[in-house]
Design a protein around this ligand. Sequence first.
Ligand code: MLT
Length: 203
Amino acid sequence: MEHIFYPAENAKGTLILLHGTGGDEHSLLPVARELSNDMNFLGVRGNVNENGANRFFKRIAEGVFDMEDLRYRTTELAEFIKTASEKYNFSLETTFLLGYSNGANIAANAMLGVQNIAIGAILLHAMVPSRDSADLSLAGKHIFMSAGTFDPLVPKFETEELYQIFKEKGASATINWEQNDHRITHSELAAAKKWLANIQVIS
Ligand code: MLT
């Protein structure tokens, strides 16, 4: 996959940056920089092209996913991350997926369906990617979700449903609510930064 790797000196861990629809491997770099100054960043570009806009998987309509493509692309992304960890010499045990919107949806799907792809995820404005995910224990995994109370794309109940799915699978999960829509806010990034700083594996 198209990507860019920014190594950090004495890196405590790695953030995998997964953009929203229409973004690319550079899009979440400013977000990542707000979250940490001592982690590697791996920016990845989604392989799907929707009328010129990059995405991580196909959709049939707004919010209606092509489930077969989502499964295929999730495996593809997981394989890419594993190969990149060998190439750039970082550990998946201190790796977090950082996704926004479409990138958060594939990040959530990867956490729910792929063993040992990351120790946790920061999901900004994610939906429930799939309701029949694998029977995987997420014990020991750390999930930070942030959502907007008046997000026109992601209703509140869907954020809460995703949170419940993570909890039921044993993850330690938290939701940060913003009085906002689908856009990223500085205040949610401040909350994510604080959350990340308290995770033992990288602090
Ligand atoms: C998706 O298709 O993943 C969601 O609708 C979010 C987005 O528009 O990218």
